[in-house]
Design a protein around this ligand. Structure first.
Ligand code: SIN
Ligand code: CO
Length: 373
């Protein structure tokens, strides 16, 4: 896919200064002449698959209904006001992946996925807010967006969907194919299909501190080293056998206070966590696996690419791919960082790779994390 400007007249720097996480931005013809990347039938086909997260939402007579996929059949196209939403389409389609990668002026550590929704006339998911930044790209047909900056984010109780109790829209836009609306987190919005419509959501992720804290303690559990056991050679007779004594608390506290973590521990934890594929992701190993020698010849000739399902990040001397971390030397850093940033290496770059990197590439190729270009 050709590189496009996406933000219209707004430069990426201006976007981060004035809009990102701050206020909405409507970009008319962000992608001029945009055509849907997947047909309606292709979307319905994805909705039948076990490894695609899908939801079907409908509303009639004021009642909301939500079901989780996979779906072998869809409601009738003649029925109004239903929508099917498919998460992570970029994992299954090359063009969807290429579209998501156009948003790499924002770091991969923040980029989540491309969700596609198909709706019949009047379809939508109701007035709500999301916890994350989102770019809503109109792909087919028209959708009327109503948006509002409101403090009151109370939701209607006892219904299966998150619908705002008191939605107070302040602005309204009808988006045509190629138009895009950026919304910061917690901005109230409602998109309603005007006729048949498809909308692509480019979503971001921001881990919660509580979740990170819990996972970090688990991560540290694997690496702490506290040799020895509690000892009390000076114990005296006690009148209060049920009481935990001061000596015990202070000795154990002194030991537990030896647990330390460094910026390196945090980097490794974060890199492994942020590069961990979602539970539904399965890699496809090559049908016929080449020998290491043939692989390296082919890789030097043709280059290699990261699988669109692979998540690869790096920081300082640490490289992370699909939840695994590696500590690397200066010489290997260049080639592995180039692989992560460009999501591929050409043959000339592969030819500069050390034996260790070649071995890693071969293992990743066997696992389906890396493919021959
Ligand atoms: C949709 O595509 O219908 C919903 C997207 C959203 O509101 O976040
Ligand atoms: Co939303």
């Amino acid at each position: 896919m050709k590189k496009i400007s996406l933000l219209g007249n707004v430069s990426p720097t201006q976007f981060f200064n004035d809009y990102w996480q701050k206020k909405p931005l409507l970009i008319r013809q962000a992608i001029p002449h945009f055509k849907p990347l997947l047909s309606r039938d292709a979307l319905f086909d994805l909705a039948t698959k076990e490894d695609v997260e899908s939801r079907l939402i409908s509303h009639a007579k004021g009642q909301w209904d939500i079901q989780s996929g996979p779906f072998q059949t869809m409601p009738s196209l003649a029925t109004k006001a239903w929508t099917v939403l498919l998460q992570g389409v970029n994992l299954h389609d090359h063009n969807a992946d290429a579209l998501l990668r156009q948003f790499r002026f924002i770091p991969d550590a923040r980029l989540d996925d491309l969700m596609i929704s198909y709706a019949t006339d009047e379809g939508g998911v109701g007035p709500h807010f999301d916890s994350y930044d989102v770019f809503l790209l109109q792909a087919y047909g028209q959708r009327r967006w109503r948006i509002g900056k409101q403090r009151d984010l109370q939701l209607i109780e006892n219904i299966p969907l998150k619908i705002l109790k008191n939605f107070k829209p302040q602005q309204e836009f009808v988006l045509e194919p190629g138009d895009m609306l950026y919304l910061p987190p917690h901005y109230a919005h409602e998109g309603v299909a005007i006729g048949e419509c498809m909308t692509y959501s480019i979503g971001f992720r921001a881990p919660s501190f509580q979740e990170l804290g819990e996972a970090f303690l688990q991560f540290m559990a694997d690496s702490i080293d506290l040799p020895g056991c509690y000892a009390d050679p000076d114990l005296h007779p006690t009148k209060h056998p049920a009481e935990i004594g001061n000596a015990m608390v202070s000795q154990i506290s002194a030991q537990l206070n030896k647990v330390r973590f460094t910026d390196d521990d945090i980097t490794i934890f974060l890199g492994e966590r942020l590069s961990e594929p979602k539970h539904s992701v399965f890699f496809d190993a090559p049908e016929k696996i080449l020998t290491p020698l043939r692989f390296s010849h082919a890789a030097i000739k043709r280059g290699v690419s990261l699988s669109r399902k692979s998540l690869m990040l790096y920081r300082n001397k640490h490289v992370f791919i699909n939840g695994e971390s590696f500590s690397i030397g200066r010489a290997d850093k260049m080639v592995l960082c180039a692989l992560a940033d460009s999501r591929g290496l050409n043959g000339t770059q592969v030819a500069t790779a050390s034996k260790d990197v070649m071995e890693a590439l071969y293992t990743w190729y066997q696992d389906g994390w890396v493919t021959l270009a």
